[in-house]
Design a protein around this ligand. Structure first.
Ligand SMILES: C[S@@+](CC[C@H](N)C(=O)[O-])C[C@H]1O[C@@H](n2cnc3c(N)ncnc32)[C@H](O)[C@@H]1O
Length: 319
């Protein structure tokens, strides 16, 4: 593309217009900054209105979902994630946005009235309550049971370190305090806009393979799994107590072959092992026969998130 074409392209798509939804949560590995390149790599059928179903099986903060919903209309949408608390947060956002806003308004007022050390104390007390609540209701599937933890999840996300959602081996949320100056915990207009974007969306908790039943030949599936770590010390990928290892990456490649066999379109992002070892062709072998593009992305390059650098990442698609 020439520079002029690029500018025209950027103008044609407003990923997050003022009155539109944008991702409500910060999320490790979130795709906000890759949206221009993701939009350029969408299947042409989406522009022609020929894609009727959108499926996102590794939802996290949903940057791609919200930007697509702002620009295209689908007859049905399904989002899925292995993180149960996260999926119940989105269910409450979709179905109970006003009660959620009420709870968050109270939290925001309380937090704004505290000094720095009181804020830190408040954070840790909310974190303990959250973990207790979650352990009591984990087997419950009634959306309202999850309303209070959903408000707390958003609070912890806005005030915890780097907006991470990290759990220990017993599933307890263990992210430390983030000491941000004036975090916007209750963004009423975006809560309402993202609630609207989630209308008529099936929100499913579970493993990505569950989404296969929703896919038909008019579907577009965007997959953003936990990245294969580039080294043992980099690349955060402990979103849930279940890890995502090479056997899951292999399972995912088989899943993508099933999507292809159905006649649906898929686009998948992942880390590029060639950043570390130019001879590592793990993904090149797994996705042989599909289009594999290497793109540049700004990423944390060490485990504490203190360093950023340009790394190559993969975009794999079947069109
Ligand atoms: C890289 S993040 C997705 C980020 C998202 N694209 C965004 O823009 O915020 C990967 C997500 O996959 C989820 N996940 C991990 N293992 C999974 C599995 N087996 N099935 C479904 N989701 C899974 C994690 O909980 C995490 O939210």
């Amino acid at each position: 593309m020439t520079v002029l074409q690029e500018v025209k392209y950027e103008r044609r798509f407003s990923f997050f217009r003022n009155d539109n939804a944008f991702p409500i949560l910060k999320w490790a590995g979130g795709k906000r900054q890759l949206l221009p390149v993701i939009h350029k790599n969408l299947p042409s059928e989406i522009h022609k209105g020929e894609i009727t179903t959108y499926i996102e099986p590794f939802f996290g903060g949903g940057a791609v979902f919200f930007s697509l919903t702002n620009n295209f209309t689908f007859l049905s949408k399904t989002i899925l994630d292995i993180n149960k608390a996260l999926m119940f947060f989105y269910k409450n956002l979709r179905d109970n946005v006003e009660p959620l806003i009420e709870l968050l308004t109270d939290i925001q007022k309380t937090y704004d009235g505290l000094n720095d050390s009181e804020r830190e104390e408040y954070y840790y007390s909310q974190r303990s309550i959250y973990n207790e609540e979650i352990s009591c209701i984990y087997s419950q599937n009634t959306i309202l049971d999850w309303l209070n933890p959903s408000a707390r999840l958003l609070f912890l996300n806005k005030t915890g370190f780097n907006g991470l959602y990290r759990v220990n081996s017993s599933g307890e949320f263990n992210v430390p305090f983030g000491s941000y100056k004036n975090p916007k915990i209750c963004d009423v207009s975006n809560l309402r806009a993202s609630s609207k974007a989630l209308e008529h969306t099936a929100i499913v908790h579970g493993d990505f393979e569950l989404s296969i039943n929703e896919i038909d030949h008019k579907s577009f599936v965007y997959l953003d799994p936990p990245y294969r770590p580039l080294s043992t010390t980099s690349s955060f990928n402990s979103y849930a107590k279940e890890s995502f290892d090479d056997s899951d990456q292999i399972r995912l490649a088989e899943f993508c072959k099933s999507i292809d066999a159905i006649g649906a379109k898929f686009l998948l992002s992942n880390s590029d092992p060639k950043n570390i070892d130019p001879n590592d062709d793990f993904f090149d072998k797994l996705y042989r026969g599909f289009s594999i593009k290497r793109i540049n992305a700004r990423r944390n390059i060490n485990s504490d998130g203190s360093g950023r650098g340009i790394v190559s990442e993969l975009l794999i698609k079947n069109y």
